[in-house]
Design a protein around this ligand. Sequence first.
Ligand SMILES: Nc1ncnc2c1ncn2[C@@H]1O[C@H](COP(=O)(O)OP(=O)(O)OP(=O)(O)O)[C@@H](O)[C@H]1O
Ligand SMILES: [Mg+2]
Length: 465
Amino acid sequence: MRDYQYNYRNKRENKTKMTENIVEVKNLTKIYDEGDVLAVDDISLTLKKGEIFALLGPNGAGKTTTISMLATLLKPTKGTATVNSYNIDEDPDKVRKSIGVVFQEPSLDGDMKAEENLELHAILYGMSKSERREKIKEVLKLVNLDDKAEMYTKNYSGGMKRRLEIARGLIHNPQMLFLDEPTLGLDPQTRRKIWEKIKQLNEELKMTILITTHYMEEADVLADRICIMDHGKIIALDTSENLKHQLSGDIIEIELENVHNLSMIPQLISQLKEIKGIKDVKIGAKGDQGVADMTMNLPAGMKNMNPQMMQMIQQQMKEIMTDAKKFVRATKKFPMASNFFSRAPLEAKERVANLFKGNKDLLEELPKNMKETILKIQSGEYEEKQKNENPLLTISCENGAKQITEIIQKISNSDNLNIKSVQMHNPTLEDVFLFYTGREIREESSNNTEDVKKLIQMRQLRQNK
Ligand SMILES: Nc1ncnc2c1ncn2[C@@H]1O[C@H](COP(=O)(O)OP(=O)(O)OP(=O)(O)O)[C@@H](O)[C@H]1O
Ligand SMILES: [Mg+2]
């Protein structure tokens, strides 16, 4: 994964300077009458010709609404935009002809062959028969589906469907492409293949691409610039490197355990903020997104291990989780595998259960409790036990190595607060998101951490009075 990111970064830096604007958005706003929802709140931005631009944000941030307005499928309540120099209100047809769109929701007709799906689209764009024939061949080849042209799309895999939708978006030679969550629900390997295609379109066809995603890693790997959206607003817009750089220094994460009295934490945060060199302290539970989402957490007590070692283990786990045989081999070699598995997020467990679908023999070779869990997931009987998440302090500081001792001392001095684990790392996009929005990108659930956040907010309100 590292190498992959590294390669992309290098290529990104070699890109020719992009100066010409291809999209200009001014004060774009959308209020949905139904429910009175302010979905997009007065956003202004520009896209440069030739760039990959990511709208990154959690569910409900307003990404699809923004793309829909730019693609002229939805009328703005206020504000306007130009796309390929056409105004979305005045020239919607010209805008539509000049863009390709891949929607978040799947939109292929399963009862039609791949080439028929494309044919229909080409007819809608008024292309002549010979033009259609040539173009369909070309775009199918571009997404490596030329040998699957006559297959009914209901028999396509998720990744093939997504690639075909991208091909369809390209059939009328658009100048730019809108991709709404192009890899949602795909497995890590397939997701990577789609990334490669997107990069290829951008590099070889010089296609400008606007992509929405809620995967940090996707935005990080693909985009020249990232626009973080939350609650309909732009909260940050820059290159991934600059966004991370704004959060210079180190990030220290401290997980607390057995916290019985949550009201202690706001006070602790105030004390921590007084330490010289501490820039900000946030409370929240945080996990890797995207590909890493699919890996498992380390068992308790192992979190303090050397970060490189931990990274290596997590890398290996990603590999293992794509192959049932490798998975079985790993569980035999590694006696703690069961422990890993039982602590893994439900999504990861489901992925493993999928690996063993139709693989009864291999399933028999797994430890008993893993086998039972997998069988329950496969039959839909599995119920995840409610986890009581521990509060996690995320501290942005100038020099972690210098400040860590004082931080730990302050926490240890607080009665009844136990430290479960301490980790230090360079700022990631997730940290950027946490420190800009005060919340993690995952959907929030009601748990201890939420209660603590509420307490802090109440305290701040009282102080402001
Ligand atoms: N047709 C609609 N009518 C009313 N409210 C809507 C409609 N479409 C979206 N919304 C609301 O507008 C807000 C933004 O939704 P939108 O789909 O643009 O978010 P998103 O960032 O694309 O989210 P996701 O990651 O889940 O796709 C949400 O609160 C959503 O519930
Ligand atoms: Mg969406």
